[in-house]
Design a protein around this ligand. Structure first.
Ligand code: ATP
Length: 488
């Protein structure tokens, strides 16, 4: 990537970060103490947007599929869970330090960034060779080889500009803590690094109590924690984040068909949400995790390049089998159709709510110059916009605020509405553009005469006169998830 290109991309991310902070979407955590790296808080508009995205995902899974049910399992789990899942032994990232800048990096990310540079400059083959070489070395756990690759590729530390690298070491990403008052080994537990294991250990509970028949899925939204080595790119990589995972249990042997189906379904979901096709791509994994027999990512073109938003993995029967072994409790399903007992295979779809949030912000952020006039707005799909409509009386007198209040009472039970009567109408429109409100409803003197209002549309700034009695219907149509579901 050319330096000036990189700078422009970083500038775009910087603008989005500044916008998110200034307009109440995302703040650094405990900012008055200078923040905590890779931890963020969501402000008033951020929490609305995130809740809408989570609800959209939840309803897509549990309402559009009559064979998927929900679960909310605890963050803390019996420590053996993480032994069985393989996280204690192999949930590691390879890390490397630059001796001059004292900065720590993920060795695989340094190499991937180099490959992305080759790809950007048109040298696909070199990029692919580099990724293959890395995959081979990681597979063989040859960390010395990984270091040599970094040095041979001339990868320098972006801060010091040198290749003065330490050895590559493995680093376990799980946070641990103690339960009980006595600090002994037995009381060490982990903050879950993924929500999936809560689903696996409840597989039989859910199957039996909800009377599910294979194929069926269990969906869950919840916090996950990873002690990420490199925390960067804003909320893209955090130490505390939220995952939305769905494990789909299938008959052994049918998993690759289901994998294909879920990969297509999930890609279509992102498009239905309004993400342009050219900003999405599929990336098939070269190096498969210990539990998978096929895996891919859905990537979005962030200002810092194409990066993973969602993972789709064919996890085989690894997890259930391993829990059966460690717990000594059968994790089998009796399939009445074929009269057989088996441990189901699993297809997983896993997306970070925060990464989805960042993708949505990046996709919605528009800074344009029309006829010499600059305008910034967030073009969220109305169904996920934090605020659906703003009620704006033209003046604070003549009964207009009271009329505005009447309209709020008509709409507030079904939509998130705000009211503003300070400042000029133009300034109030601008403010709503900046938080992505799709409709501004202006109440003026004509409203008192004929019960009509002006709706101003965020993306086009066009205005139209509408009867108050039509408002609820208009908002319902525009803001319903149905409009997204129909494209799924
Ligand atoms: P990466 O390669 O970016 O570290 P991963 O392959 O480890 O991600 P998974 O374990 O497959 O990610 O997790 C599934 C999803 O959870 C990811 O697609 C991403 O959306 C989200 N996710 C994972 N780690 C983080 C994180 N540190 N911060 C925010 N979201 C995350």
């Amino acid at each position: 990537m050319a330096k000036n290109e990189q700078t422009a991309e970083n500038a775009q991310l910087k603008d989005i970060i500044a916008h998110a902070k200034e307009y109440g979407f995302v703040y650094p955590s405990s900012e008055i103490y200078d923040g905590l790296q890779a931890v963020y808080d969501f402000g008033p508009y951020g929490v609305e947007l995130k809740n809408n995205l989570k609800r959209l995902w939840w309803e897509t899974m549990t309402r559009l599929n009559d064979n998927i049910v929900g679960l909310d399992s605890a963050i803390f789990m019996h420590p053996t869970t993480w032994k069985a899942s393989g996280h204690v032994d192999s949930f590691n990232d390879p890390m490397i330090d630059n001796k001059d800048s004292k900065k720590r990096y993920r060795a695989d990310v340094l190499i991937e960034d180099k490959a992305a540079q080759y790809e950007k400059s048109g040298d696909q083959e070199r990029a692919q060779n580099l990724l293959n070489a890395m995959a081979r070395l990681l597979e063989a756990e040859d960390l010395t080889g990984v270091r040599e690759l970094i040095i041979n590729e001339g990868i320098t530390c972006p801060l010091s500009g040198t290749t003065n690298w330490t050895e590559v070491r493995q680093f376990n990403l799980m946070f641990s803590t103690q339960v009980g008052s006595v600090a002994e080994d037995a009381s060490t537990i982990y903050l879950r690094p993924e929500t999936a294991q809560g689903i696996f250990v409840n597989f039989l509970n859910v199957q039996k109590t909800a009377r599910m028949k294979v194929p069926f899925g269990i969906a869950q939204i919840g916090k996950a924690f990873r002690n990420e080595i490199v925390a960067r790119q804003f909320i893209f990589r955090m130490r505390e984040f939220e995952q939305m995972e769905m494990q789909f249990f299938v008959r052994p042997g049918s998993e690759l068909d289901w994998y294909k189906q879920w990969a297509a379904t999930r890609m279509q979901w992102h498009k239905a949400l309004g993400i342009p096709e050219e900003k999405l791509r599929r990336h098939d994994h070269e190096k498969l995790a210990h539990y998978a027999n096929a895996a891919m990512d859905i990537e979005f073109e962030f200002p810092f390049g194409f990066k993973e938003v969602e993972g789709i993995h064919s996890r085989t029967d690894f997890d259930l089998k391993s829990h059966q072994e460690y717990s000594k409790k059968k994790q089998q399903y009796f399939d009445p159709e074929i009269n057989q007992n088996y441990i189901p295979y699993v297809i997983e779809t896993s997306i970070g709510a925060d990464r989805l949030f960042l993708m949505t912000m990046c996709n919605a952020y528009v800074h344009e110059n029309v006829d010499g006039k600059e305008r910034t707005y967030l073009k969220f799909h109305p169904a996920i916009a934090p605020v659906k409509a703003a009620i704006l009386p033209l003046t604070k007198k003549d009964g207009l605020p009271e009329k505005g209040q009447e309209i709020i009472n008509l709409l507030k039970y079904d939509f998130n509405i705000v009211y503003e009567d300070a400042a000029s109408i133009g300034k109030r429109y601008t403010r709503q553009d900046l938080i992505g409100t799709p409709f501004c409803i202006a109440v003026d003197h004509q409203t008192l005469e004929d019960n009509t209002v002006t709706i101003r549309h965020r993306d086009t700034t066009e205005q139209e006169r509408v009867a108050i009695t039509d408002l609820h219907q208009r908002l319902s149509e525009a803001c319903s998830f149905r409009r997204i579901f129909e494209k799924c």
